[in-house]
Design a protein around this ligand. Structure first.
Ligand SMILES: C[S@@+](CC[C@H](N)C(=O)[O-])C[C@H]1O[C@@H](n2cnc3c(N)ncnc32)[C@H](O)[C@@H]1O
Length: 299
């Protein structure tokens, strides 16, 4: 049942209490009996009873959860910049169904709440229990079409207790169900076999003509040259065939791939790269779109 919020006059899905997603007023859920009684009294009265409006707090996770996704200082700026990338380069529309792989503490989800409308669907999953708990409590409570899921997947850096091997993890969504998939700074923490499996899952859950935006550190002739000339901010060494790290004991702390290895995965899993690749400034390049290398692809 759709009702009109008496405070901001926007339609609200009454199945989604307790807050109007537009103005944040609290909707007091009523039993059918009480509701019918009030309706009788008010005749054609409003379908909601309102408490004192709750002031919506500024959506910003605590510092510990901002640090989980890599530094707290630029949390909001990075999120806003990526929203712009999603719209400008990824063709994101306000009504799209969006999957955020490794959504962390909502760095992308928070700005997306200002862009996606009530018909849109946002799904985020992550292997950090604390991040997901915060997102559910602070984002879903205001934006009921934003859903978050904790998944107990192993990562040598982020979740050493994880019980599911990443190369076996099946994304908990139907096939062909998303218009847009984001994986920002996630494949920079996955080993090659896990990356290949995540590619197969992204390809499975993406709709035909759906787009995905994934960020990487690409080792290619240009970035090699910057690294060898000591211009790079990051200094990778080879760990195994096709991949590199900066941390010997825990390579997953930061992973780079041979660009060719990743290009082969796009081809293998039916994702066409929308050229040009947006190479990043991490290795010392100038005039770039962002810090990491960014690939947009279409199924
Ligand atoms: C650098 S953070 C980026 C988070 C988020 N994408 C962002 O840009 O704000 C990397 C995230 O990937 C998550 N992660 C690591 N391995 C994962 C996996 N196998 N599946 C899903 N998420 C994973 C971590 O918990 C962490 O939140």
């Amino acid at each position: 049942m759709t009702v009109i919020c008496p405070v901001c006059n926007n339609p609200i899905n009454a199945a989604n209490p307790p807050f109007c997603p537009h103005c944040g007023v609290r909707i007091l859920p009523l039993s059918q009996k009480v509701f019918s009684l009030i309706q009788k009294i008010l005749l054609d009265g409003p379908a909601t009873v309102l408490c004192k409006p709750r002031k919506r707090e500024h959506l910003l996770p605590p510092i510990r959860l901002r640090e989980h996704v890599g530094g707290d200082g630029a949390f909001e700026a990075v999120g806003n910049r990526f929203l712009d990338h999603f719209k400008t380069h990824g063709g994101l529309k306000p009504y799209d169904s969006v999957l955020d792989v490794g959504c962390g503490s909502g760095r992308m989800a928070i700005p997306l709440t200002t862009y996606l409308n009530n018909d849109a669907r946002y799904e985020g999953f992550d292997i950090s229990r604390d991040c997901i708990a915060w997102c559910k409590e602070h984002i879903t409570s205001w934006y009921p079409n934003f859903h978050f899921q904790y998944v107990d997947v192993f990562n040598n850096f982020y979740n050493r207790e994880g019980t599911i091997r990443p190369e076996h993890f099946i994304f908990p969504y139907d096939s062909d169900s998303f218009d847009f998939i984001n994986a920002t700074s996630v494949f920079t923490h996955l080993l090659p076999k896990d990356t290949e499996h995540y590619f197969s899952e992204i390809s499975r859950v993406l709709k035909k003509d759906g787009r995905c935006l994934i960020s990487y550190f690409f080792i290619n002739p240009e970035s090699r040259e910057y690294i060898s000339k000591k211009k790079s901010h990051l200094d990778f060494f080879k760990v195994g065939e096709g991949y590199y790290s900066m941390v010997k004991d825990v390579p997953e702390q930061v992973i780079a791939f041979d660009e060719e290895f990743i290009r082969e995965l796009y081809a293998k899993y039916g994702l066409a790269i929308k050229e040009p690749v947006h190479y990043g400034s991490w290795c010392g390049r100038e005039r770039t779109m962002d810090f990491q290398d960014m690939v947009i692809a279409i199924k």
